[in-house]
Ligand binder design. Structure first.
Ligand SMILES: Nc1ncnc2c1ncn2[C@@H]1O[C@H](COP(=O)(O)OP(=O)(O)OP(=O)(O)O)[C@@H](O)[C@H]1O
Ligand SMILES: [Mg+2]
Length: 353
């Protein structure tokens, strides 16, 4: 006997949205049902891009429809609701960037190339600002390799509330990762206008509450990805992380040019892996050469905000989910606290310009 749409709808009536506790059918989340022989394709519209419950919803739909006798294959396609559809469910639609309305300064951390310590600087700067008494959030906007949750030792997934995404909290700061936009084990290809739309929507729906600083770990490179994000968020400015080698510096020049050409202010430069102090002594070794950051800073009239040494505790802190800046005794902690002070001053200046 042929399977009817009605049968599929009946099965789907039993599937509830885990947050809203109403059936997907009643919520208007079932956008389309296609039946071809013993195969069914269901299109589900999520209430928001990056809905943290999407994997569960997908599983529940598969299970419910797969349970209908005679059905051999179920495919679930996920899309997101339009603003009007969402407004119907939540009574109102959050306006663009609503979740960021009470965020005073957004500071992005960028780098011309990967692996120079961008995420390390982001996370330690965020915690240093928090130690100085500011309310701080960190956004992991590096969709290609979201490392911030690992560096903070966060394993939970965020939850939704009233159509907004709630950031997670650790060590006194709030955290949200664009990794949430992807599904479990889904490889993501970030290209094209759809991505812009998804990112903007995602950013607008994170409920940060009142923050003095939101630190954004941008994707590396001088291509579309960091620029798209930097333009989507109302930024106080960008901090560029580099290592001191000559090759790294040419990337920094390109980064600065990129942001400048789009009127995004560059606050300053961080020279990471700047030097290595021989343990137990005062002797310092310039492993990657020296003075690169200073040269760039001078050429572009930008301040060097910090020179961060190579320190095994930095890597260890990142791997173990307990950033080095939480350690009072580390030499690096002082470097990041000083940096936090300079960043706070610069952000205030930008606001008063
Ligand atoms: N100053 C430092 N001393 C010792 N290890 C460091 C230092 N800075 C970063 N590392 C380590 O180097 C590795 C790369 O750093 P990180 O992940 O912060 O770089 P990234 O620029 O964010 O990289 P990606 O482009 O992959 O996102 C990490 O293992 C980190 O712990
Ligand atoms: Mg990183």
């Amino acid at each position: 006997m042929a399977i009817s749409k009605e049968q599929v709808l009946q099965a789907l009536k039993k599937v509830k949205d885990p947050e809203l506790h109403k059936s997907l059918v009643d919520l208007g989340m079932i956008q389309d049902i296609e039946i071809a022989g013993d195969a069914v394709r269901v299109t589900v519209a999520l209430t928001m891009a990056g809905c943290p419950l999407k994997d569960q919803i997908k599983r529940d739909v598969k299970e419910a429809v797969g349970g209908i006798p005679g059905i051999k294959e179920v495919r679930v396609v996920l899309t997101t609701m339009t603003s009007e559809q969402r407004a119907k469910i939540f009574g109102r639609e959050p306006s663009e960037m609503e979740g960021m309305k009470k965020v005073k300064h957004v500071v992005a951390v960028a780098s011309g190339k990967g692996g120079v310590g961008k995420s390390t600087v982001s996370v330690n700067l965020a915690l240093a600002l928090s130690k100085k008494g500011f309310n701080v959030g960190i956004l992991d906007a590096d969709m290609h390799g979201p490392d911030i949750p690992i560096m903070l030792g966060i394993k939970e997934r965020p939850v939704g509330k009233g159509g907004m995404l709630m950031p997670l909290e650790k060590y006194g700061i709030k955290m949200m990762s664009t990794g949430t936009l992807a599904g479990e084990g889904t490889p993501i290809v970030w290209r094209g206008p759809l991505v812009n739309k998804a990112i903007k929507e995602f950013l607008g729906h994170v409920d940060w509450g009142s923050l003095d600083f939101l630190i954004v770990d941008l994707p590396p490179g001088t291509g579309d990805a960091p620029l798209t994000l930097a333009q989507a968020i109302p930024l106080a400015g960008v901090i560029i992380v580099t290592t001191p080698q000559k090759v790294a510096l040419s990337d920094v020049r390109r980064s600065i040019a990129l942001f400048n050409s789009h009127d995004i202010p560059v606050l300053g430069i961080v020279e990471n892996m700047s030097f290595f102090r021989i343990p137990g002594g005062d002797e310092v070794v310039d492993i990657f050469g020296s003075g690169g950051g200073d040269k760039i800073a001078k050429a572009f009239k930008l301040p060097v905000l910090a020179k961060v040494p190579i320190d095994p505790d930095i890597r260890k802190g990142g791997d173990e989910g307990r950033p080095v800046v939480l350690d009072e005794k580390s030499e690096v902690t002082k470097v990041f606290l000083d940096m936090a002070e300079r960043v706070a001053e610069l952000a205030d200046q930008k606001n008063n310009e």
